[in-house]
Ligand binder design. Structure first.
Ligand code: SF4
Length: 393
């Protein structure tokens, strides 16, 4: 029977692998006497910090290669499920950790001018990790039962409960860290004892959950961003574009990473680099329209939103700003600025729903034309609703 190990490259998964390699007595019975039926799978989002890839290449892959453990690296191939997955590597001698993936989560976010959502279930994580793994596992196991190993620790009972209900029907879930009574700190300690490395958190550069103040996330993640300026440029550009199109969309649950960096020692140096980056890339004037439905029976409560947006014209940053100023004059509206983002509001949303909003803005020319299928109806309903006071946001 296959033992499929979902390896997210964090401390939890790394500690399990190391313990199984160094202490064979801790392995499940399916991995005795050898590891020939173990398959270590990583689904890359394309956005991991580069230092994670380096740690995996330096400290984990040589051990997996020494023990001839089958190691598979996967990525989502495109926006649609019909695009399938890409097998980046499938070998018993892993060398390179291919964290740039294929179709990256950041590509999806930037082309739709948005940031990872922090509310509800992490749909993007399921799309870029769980779904990708399931496609490979289906082919690997051909419907036969398999042991599925996850690195959830004792502090994550809710994730274990969620995982029990997910996945393919022939999955036999196993959580070694629960059996061992280990949490993240215990895993980090074990790794340090075994290989002398202080293991870093594994997550996307743009992960909003990594900045949690209560768990020391900012103190961990901001220095990492400063140490990876090129990856930080992409994240700041993503946030800039999303906020230009929707002022409520900072990366940190509405708040902006930019502001956090501005107040952080060393942050302004990175932001200076960011501004020069913005000056050097192509810009666009975007037309952004949103329709908002109402909750049944309550015109004060917002229902389903939908958006239609796309670039109208592209060129240099200065030229696009000049276009926006001219558009403001032609529409008889003010060009509004918060110091970084510039917008012309054609229509602002009202207090009651349904309602609409319509703006023009300038931002890097990275987002594509995109109209949500629900948009035409919500837009029409909002336009046809009774006239009302507009909200300035
Ligand atoms: S690390 Fe964060 S941003 Fe990346 S997939 Fe997971 S939850 Fe989303």
């Amino acid at each position: 029977m296959y033992v499929v190990f979902s390896y997210g490259m964090g401390a939890n998964g790394t500690a399990i692998l190391l313990r199984w390699l160094f202490e064979p007595g801790t392995r499940p019975p399916e991995l005795l006497p050898d590891l020939s039926n173990l398959v270590v799978i990583t689904a890359h989002t394309g956005d991991e910090f580069l230092d994670t890839a380096i740690d995996v290449e330096l400290h984990v892959y040589p051990l997996l290669a020494e023990h001839r453990v089958r190691t598979v690296q996967l990525a989502r191939a495109g926006h649609f499920e019909r695009d399938g997955i890409v097998v980046l590597d499938d070998t018993r001698e892993p060398i390179l950790c291919l964290t740039s993936g294929a179709y990256a989560l950041s590509e999806e976010l930037v082309t739709t001018a948005t940031v990872p959502q922090t509310g509800g279930i992490r749909k993007h994580s399921q799309r870029f990790k769980a779904w990708v793994m399931d496609q490979f596992i289906k082919t690997l196991t051909c419907g036969e039962p398999y042991v599925h190993v996850m690195g959830y620790d004792v502090s994550e009972p809710e994730r274990v409960v969620g995982d029990l209900a997910l996945g393919l029907p022939n999955k036999l879930p196993t959580y070694p860290l629960l059996d061992w009574g280990w949490d993240w700190d215990a895993c980090a300690r074990y790794i340090y004892q075994r290989i002398g490395v202080r293991w870093k958190r594994s997550h996307c550069v743009e992960c909003p959950f990594a900045f949690s103040v209560t768990k020391g996330g900012q103190a961990r993640t901001i220095p990492r961003l400063l140490a990876h300026p090129y990856q930080a440029m992409d994240t700041l550009t993503m946030e800039y574009l999303a906020v230009a199109c929707n002022p409520k969309q900072g990366l940190l649950a509405g708040k902006q990473l930019y502001d956090l960096l501005a107040a952080w020692p060393g942050g302004p140096i990175l932001l200076d680099l960011f501004h020069r980056h913005l000056d050097a890339i192509e810009w666009a004037v975007y037309d952004v329209r949103r329709g908002f439905g109402s909750k049944p029976g309550d015109a004060m409560k917002r229902g389903q939103p939908a958006r239609s947006m796309g670039p109208l014209v592209t060129g240099t940053r200065a030229d696009m700003l000049a276009h926006l100023e001219r558009a403001a004059g032609l529409l008889g509206r003010r060009l509004e600025s918060d110091g970084r983002h510039h917008r012309v509001w054609w229509r602002r949303r009202g207090i009651y729903f349904p309602t609409v909003e319509h703006l023009l803005t300038v931002a890097p020319a990275l987002a594509h034309d995109k109209t949500n299928p629900a948009f035409p109806k919500l837009w029409r309903n909002g336009l046809n609703a009774a006239r009302q006071l507009e909200l300035a946001i």
